[in-house]
Design a protein around this ligand. Structure first.
Ligand SMILES: Nc1ncnc2c1ncn2[C@@H]1O[C@H](COP(=O)(O)OP(=O)(O)OP(=O)(O)O)[C@@H](O)[C@H]1O
Ligand SMILES: O=P(O)(O)OC[C@H]1O[C@H](OP(=O)(O)OP(=O)(O)O)[C@H](O)[C@@H]1O
Ligand SMILES: O=C(O)c1cccnc1
Length: 483
């Protein structure tokens, strides 16, 4: 989808709220919104934030073209033509802060903070959540898979199973951020500079009379990139022996067989046997690729069984985030400008976890200065004294405030970075490789207990005393019926 045609990539209720604000004369009133999620996906201990590049492209290009205005003019709501005129002029003029892509993030902390006219802030909710939720989900799944494979190579093979083209291409990018090494999707390769890799399909083998002929012809055509799929007929009786013949022939020409691929059967058993056969044939450098509905659980199980796989091709389970197909990121109003000053606003819920945290806030990652590891994330009001200048901070669990401790010797890293200020982009997008490096650096910041796949420790996201007091005060006012 083209970024310059995306103003209508929003829910109708946003347009209707924009209209009602315009009719009411409140459309220019400024507000602060936070985007965050409440629950980590896949039972993981962290999520990997992604989506900023697409959000930047979207915000930069945000405008209603003639076709969009025309379409809105035809709606049963019968919007006033003067509203449509207002839409023709609309550009993003606000401030937008976001966490950097590749950063480890946790529930209930603002990942994007928008400060803009209600008119604009409301419009962009849907698209931003759409980008953030999907890309963060896939980057998290990818990082989770990376955690179990160690230094093995990871190839993203998901395009054929992705929820359509955009998901395949942006999903490939998210997977690369989360630790994959290459993608099979050529468009993602071209668009983002992700390394691309490919073997061949069963169809190649089936289009020749014999497997030997198919392998020989493939090696002849692509002598520098020979990777042979060995399971079309019988992996150990024909596929691997035929691949070995090709490998030896290539050696005579000073070339080499790069890899063989296993795509069915018992991957542990077959990879161990294939490794023995390749080694015995004097081809110890030939790598073994495995694919077939893999995810972090099968891979970890295969590793426990001693599978001799060097390269993992992962498609469906990654690109569709099959075990949890959506991240529940939300976008909530937290402050509203009244007479030139922000007033905090709260959403009440019977479920304490759904009560919003009011006020314009900043987030800091508190790092133990002696050990260099993250201790907790700390959410404070923007108006508070700079957390980096304090002697100590009190950390307590917002749901159980009687559980607290003081931290003294700490560094505080600010997580929300200015991306747009007064509508102008002030953030230079990092390269994808810089984002990957940033992600790797983030993993170093956390103790392994937070990173493990199963039953990870819960990392704390705490509120400052001032933020907590404000929340309590607003709750109290609500209870006493003042609101
Ligand atoms: N040793 C193993 N331990 C656990 N899971 C395995 C092992 N070997 C393969 N698997 C996984 O088990 C599943 C096997 O699925 P399935 O039975 O559909 O494959 P297959 O039949 O061998 O191949 P296909 O139907 O694609 O020809 C796949 O997800 C695969 O990754
Ligand atoms: O299994 P995934 O993780 O999605 O990886 C991609 C799959 O796509 C290809 O086969 P395809 O699915 O087209 O056919 P097959 O699985 O029936 O061989 C490939 O051989 C992999 O098996
Ligand atoms: O290159 C491969 O082996 C490949 C690519 C996409 C899907 N399955 C396999």
């Amino acid at each position: 989808m083209n970024a310059d045609t995306m103003a209508l990539h929003t829910d109708k209720y946003q347009i209707n709220m924009m209209y009602a604000h315009w009719v009411n004369g409140t459309h220019n009133q400024k507000a602060v919104f936070d985007a965050y999620f409440r629950k980590l996906p896949f039972g993981n201990g962290y999520a990997v934030f992604a989506g900023v590049e697409r959000i930047v492209n979207y915000i930069k290009e945000l405008h209603f073209d003639e076709a969009a205005v025309q379409y809105l003019a035809e709606q049963e709501e019968q919007y006033d033509p003067r509203f449509l005129e207002e839409l023709r002029q609309l550009r993003f003029t606000g401030n937008l802060h976001a966490v950097k892509e590749g950063t480890l993030v946790f529930p209930n902390e603002p990942l994007i903070r928008v400060e803009a006219r209600l008119f604009e802030a409301q419009l962009i909710e849907t698209a931003m959540l759409n980008f953030m939720n999907f890309q963060t989900l896939i980057a998290t799944k990818a990082s989770r898979i990376r955690q179990v494979v160690g230094t093995d190579t990871l190839l993203e093979f998901g395009t054929r199973r992705a929820q359509e083209a955009d998901a395949a291409v942006w999903g490939a990018r998210a997977a690369y951020i989360g630790g994959f090494d290459a993608t099979s999707n050529m468009l993602a390769g071209q668009q983002f500079g992700i390394p691309t890799k490919g073997t061949h399909a069963h169809a190649w083998v089936q289009s020749f009379h014999t497997e030997e002929e198919a392998f020989e012809k493939f090696a002849k055509a692509l002598p520098n990139q020979v990777s042979l799929l060995v399971d079309t007929y019988d992996t150990l009786k024909s596929g691997v022996p035929h691949a070995i013949e090709v490998g030896k022939d290539l050696e005579k020409e000073g070339k080499r067989l790069q890899s063989i691929r296993l795509d069915s059967g018992d991957i542990a058993y077959l990879s161990i046997r294939a490794r023995e056969m390749l080694d015995a044939a004097g081809l110890p450098d030939v790598k073994i690729v495995a694919s077939n509905d893999l995810d972090e659980n099968t891979i970890s199980d295969l590793k426990a069984q001693g599978a001799r796989v060097d390269i993992w091709g992962v498609g469906t389970q990654l690109i569709t985030a099959a075990d949890q197909p959506a991240l529940g990121g939300v976008y909530k109003i937290v402050a509203l400008e009244v007479n030139g000053e922000y007033q905090p606003t709260i959403k009440i819920s019977g479920n304490p976890e759904k009560v919003t945290t009011p006020g314009k806030k900043d987030i800091f990652r508190i790092i133990d200065a002696n050990r260099g590891k993250a201790v907790a994330d700390y959410i404070c009001l923007s108006e508070e004294e700079d957390v980096r200048k304090r002697e100590q901070i009190k950390l307590f669990d917002p749901l159980h405030p009687y559980m607290y401790r003081f931290v003294q010797d700490y560094d505080a890293q600010e997580l929300l970075t200015p991306i747009f200020m007064a509508g102008q982009q002030v953030y230079e997008l990092p390269t994808l490789d810089e984002i990957r490096e940033h992600h790797k650096g983030q993993l170093q910041l956390f103790w392994p207990e937070y990173l493990r796949k199963l039953n990870p420790h819960q990392y704390h996201v705490d509120l400052s005393v001032a933020a907590w007091d404000m929340k309590r005060k607003l709750l109290e006012e609500h209870m006493q019926g003042k609101k």
